[in-house]
Design a protein around this ligand. Structure first.
Ligand SMILES: [Zn+2]
Length: 378
């Protein structure tokens, strides 16, 4: 099944804002519209291959990004096409529980809410909301990859609609046949996850993997993913660990509390920390500059640019294992930094390049965020 026109291959250069990318097309720099609000960290590496469609004459930018290549396979990014895919899956009887259902209307408005589809099956009214998922790897898919207030509102609205007797479904379409499991992305969007947990007995949650061929046609096969709710219930709390990424532009000697004066090279610093309660607050604290110096990292934070604070929510103790993994991905460590309470040599690591542009860094992150929680429960 075909959902896209002819595409051109380009090389990813940068993403100046959420909906625009700069890429190299036949050795010229062009800008393209990106119809995807996700963070897409693990997909947009410098040089990544993009699939572009020529935009309609009405478009502001000359091209639209349709997909990005990852490990020789296209990952579809064009979220506006998700509902076409959903319609095809429903009409060809591939969505479990919706075989024989008829689409009554798309983009249906009820009160102040809007849902993707209204269907009917055996006299029962069904409302369906579709979400497209691009975050997957190592057998696990998660959604969303950036905070979605809209997604949270949608599942809450579906739950209140379900009270009127309608059947309500949220359908996650995962753009790969590789994963076996799907979970809400509680590390990044705890509010969405808690909202989904709160209503999961009132609405139906379906996660379906689909496959794309290199020519961007949809494969026939679909796969129903398992949703390990016990893992989500156990892990989706405001506690766990984090990686704080800081950027130092110029070399600096710095007095760091009890460690004395240390020399810092320009580049990126990755700090492994823990907050067994109020993890979100801790991350906000690291973002702020004005505060009392309390931890070693506060001294360094003061002279650096904030790059990212990445939470890894979990109920098990992984801090030193995480530090060990970051050490393997990094260039060097700063001895004694942030590790006064444990046996590690350090909890601060150095990389000359931005870790967010490193594939091995993202693989490590996906392991702790996605694979490890599932493995424990198998
Ligand atoms: Zn440690």
């Amino acid at each position: 099944m075909r959902f896209f026109g002819d595409t051109l291959k380009a090389k990813f250069i940068s993403r100046p804002n959420r909906f625009t990318v700069v890429c190299e097309l036949e050795s010229e720099l062009v800008t393209a519209y990106l119809p995807n609000p996700g963070r897409l960290w693990e997909l947009f590496f410098p040089g990544a291959r993009l699939y572009l469609e020529k935009a309609d004459s009405g478009g502001k930018l000359p091209y639209t990004v349709v997909a990005v290549e990852r490990e020789d396979r296209p990952v579809i990014l064009h979220t506006h096409k998700t509902n076409f895919v959903a319609r095809h899956l429903i009409e060809s009887g591939r969505v479990p529980g919706l075989v024989g259902a008829v689409i009554v209307k798309s983009e249906v408005t009820i009160g102040r809410s809007r849902f993707d589809f209204q269907l009917e099956k055996g006299g029962v009214n069904i409302y369906l909301e579709v979400k497209s998922c691009t975050l997957f790897g190592g057998g696990v898919a998660m959604f969303p990859d950036a905070v979605t207030a809209r997604g949270k509102r949608h599942v809450e609205e579906l739950a209140s609609l379900a009270k009127t007797g309608a059947k309500c479904i949220v359908l996650f379409i995962v753009g790969s046949l590789e994963p076996d499991y799907f979970m809400p992305e509680y590390h990044t969007d705890l509010a969405f996850t808690r909202a989904l947990l709160a209503v999961k007995s009132q609405i139906e949650v379906i996660a379906l993997g689909v496959g794309w061929n290199p020519d961007l046609t949809l494969k026939e096969e679909v796969k129903t993913l398992k949703i390990p709710w016990t893992v989500v219930e156990q892990e989706a709390w405001d506690r766990g660990y984090y990686l704080l990424i800081l950027k130092l532009t110029k070399a600096k000697s710095l007095e760091v509390g009890s460690l004395g004066v240390l020399e810092f090279k320009p580049g990126y610093y990755i700090y492994v920390g823990s907050a067994m309660n109020s993890l979100t607050k801790r991350l906000e604290r690291h973002r702020r500059l004005r505060k009392k110096m309390h931890w070693h990292i506060d001294y360094l934070r003061h002279v650096c640019d904030f790059r990212a604070a990445i939470p890894i929510r979990t109920s098990i103790r992984i801090e030193c294992e995480l530090a060990e993994a970051v050490k393997r991905a990094a260039d060097s460590e700063i001895p004694g930094f942030g590790s006064s309470d444990c046996a590690c040599r350090s909890h601060l690591f150095y990389m000359p390049q931005d870790p967010l542009n490193s594939r091995s860094f993202h693989r490590m992150l996906q392991y702790f965020r996605m694979q490890k929680p599932i493995q424990r429960y198998l």
